[in-house]
Design a binder for this molecule. Structure first.
Ligand code: NAD
Length: 486
């Protein structure tokens, strides 16, 4: 069985706390690793190591050398991709295909894109007149923010963690990563690769543990942390914001969603089904950008529901090692209990269960795992908890609509504002509707497609700030204006 120690100051070491916890496989419920839990003393050591790195060779390293190291890191991740894939799928039960084609390659790309961005970055420059006629020049400078706490979730662990570590390091910061307690392995493995390519010690630190009363809370409360970047649930974001208030530390938040999909009668039906099969069921519905609320124009409602039902019933649940698997498990017993509580609630509220609603039975070790049936409902009221709250499982509710205006109103009637999809072949409608949707990411006739240079993030309760391309500089650097009188 694997043991994940902490990675601090360039070396793996047991937690000073002496505490460990078990990581359970979502595929068959077996314990797969022992994880060291960081408490106050460990968190403090990590913060001191990160601070020392900023004051040492990392802080003094020329931009070109720093960004070249990150490009080396991207290549090393690609070389060691099979190890990262194995670590990720063991922790999460994700399909091998998802890890091999999306999660791990995106992890490498997250270092490459930000290294290249920083290499080629220009800056603002203003020449100004002064009363003495000699003038002055203003230069906008970007300095690293300092020690960044990276708190990441379990649903795409390596992809989401490197999405923060990539820009943080490219901008010259040092990081302390607190991966989810459910997915410690890839963050731990990355420490080895950091050492292999020669990233100075203390630049990348990993502490394991839980949120409240454990590594997460202790890290975000630590006065030596200059900024906190967090991806996870909205209510955790609220807790972290309180923790960050002491010392007025800056936060960047990517939070939950309850994303709508609008399917108009003028869509290409094959495309609409293909897009919705992914947006509702990919990664067993554990994607923040997934669509749990679907609104379908009445003339195509019945056909759409029937075809999505057929698609959901054709999904093959199973473990990552079965090449036929198209639907992995949920991450944990606790998360499955939460998703099943919504399945029960939907039934109690009188939903029509189009398909699913329970747990599959295999007759083998997978019955000890955390599999769940993909589920489709119709007939619920818009104010029910099933429609208002993020479930984060392979499920969606479908409701018919009659007018474009009604569809927009229904889509925007939520506290969240992360993502939305629009399916239509009418270009004017795509623009008209897209402009009025209150979401940070709006897709027309696609989902999950992204140029990493664009901004990423949510409005309303779905986040604070944007990451991606040059937008990441807003959080990972401090600006100074240098005004030189001539
Ligand atoms: P979570 O909020 O339960 O946990 C996320 C991380 O925060 C974990 O590392 C956890 O240990 C830590 N944490 C929990 N309480 C804490 C506290 N008080 N102080 C400090 N750290 C604390 O989220 P999760 O269940 O791991 O992930 C699923 C959630 O993440 C969903 O809501 C999903 O929508 C969201 N998510 C959002 C995005 C996005 O980009 N907007 C992307 C992926 C996931």
């Amino acid at each position: 069985m694997k043991t994940h120690e902490l990675f601090i100051d360039g070396a793996y070491a047991p937690a000073a706390s002496g505490k460990t916890f078990a990581k359970i496989s979502p595929v068959d419920g077996r314990q797969i690793s022992v994880v060291h839990e960081a408490l106050a003393e460990d968190v403090d050591r990590a913060v001191r190591a990160a601070r020392a790195a900023l004051e040492g060779p990392w802080g003094r390293m020329p931009l070109r050398q720093r960004t070249n190291l990150l490009l080396d890191l991207a290549r090393a991740i690609e070389r060691r991709a099979p190890e990262f894939v194995e670590a990720e799928i063991q922790d999460t039960g994700h399909t091998r295909h998802f890890s091999e084609t999306i999660e791990i390659p995106r992890g490498a790309a997250n270092f490459e894109i930000f290294a290249n961005l920083l290499k080629n970055l220009g800056g603002e420059f203003f020449s100004m007149d002064t009363p003495d006629g000699k003038g002055a020049v203003n230069m906008e400078l970007h300095r690293p923010k300092g020690v960044i706490a990276v708190i990441s979730p379990w649903n795409a662990p390596f992809l989401l963690m490197t999405w923060k570590v990539g820009p943080a390091l490219a901008c010259g910061n040092a990081v302390i990563v607190k991966p989810s307690e459910e997915s410690p392995a890839t963050a731990a493995l990355l420490g080895e690769v950091m050492n292999e390519v020669g990233i100075p010690k203390g630049v990348y630190n990993v502490i394991h543990g839980f949120g409240p009363g454990s590594a997460g809370e202790l890290l975000t409360q630590h006065p030596g942390v200059d900024g906190i970047t967090f991806t996870g649930e909205t209510r955790t974001g609220e807790a972290i914001m309180k923790q960050a208030a002491v010392g007025l530390r800056d936060v960047s938040f990517e939070l939950g969603g309850k994303n709508p999909g609008l399917i108009f009668a003028d869509c290409d039906m094959d495309k609409a089904i293909e897009v919705t099969m992914r947006s509702a069921f990919a990664n067993c519905g554990q994607v923040c950008l997934g669509t749990e609320r679907l609104y379908v124009e009445r003339p195509i409602f019945a056909e759409f529901v029937a075809r999505l039902k057929a698609g959901a019933e054709a999904l093959k649940p199973g473990g990552p090692d079965d090449p036929g698997t198209t639907l992995g498990p949920l991450i944990s017993a606790e998360h499955r209990r939460k998703v099943l509580s919504y399945y029960d609630k939907a039934r109690e509220l009188g939903a029509q269960v189009v398909t699913g609603g329970g747990v599959p039975h295999f007759g083998d070790s997978r019955d000890q795992g955390f599999f769940i049936q993909p589920t489709i409902w119709t007939g619920l009221e818009e104010d029910s908890a099933v429609i208002r709250e993020e479930i984060f499982g392979p499920c969606c509710h479908i409701r018919p609509f009659d007018t474009e205006e009604e569809a927009i109103r229904l889509a925007n009637d939520t506290r969240y504002g992360l993502a939305a999809t629009v399916l239509t072949e009418n270009l004017s409608r795509a623009h008209r509707v897209g402009r009025r949707l209150e979401a940070g990411l709006i897709w027309v006739n696609s989902w999950f497609l992204r140029d990493l240079r664009t901004s990423f993030g949510g409005s309303k309760s779905s986040g604070i700030g944007r990451e991606g391309g040059a937008h990441s500089l807003e959080f990972y650097t401090e600006r100074s204006n240098l005004c030189v009188k001539l």
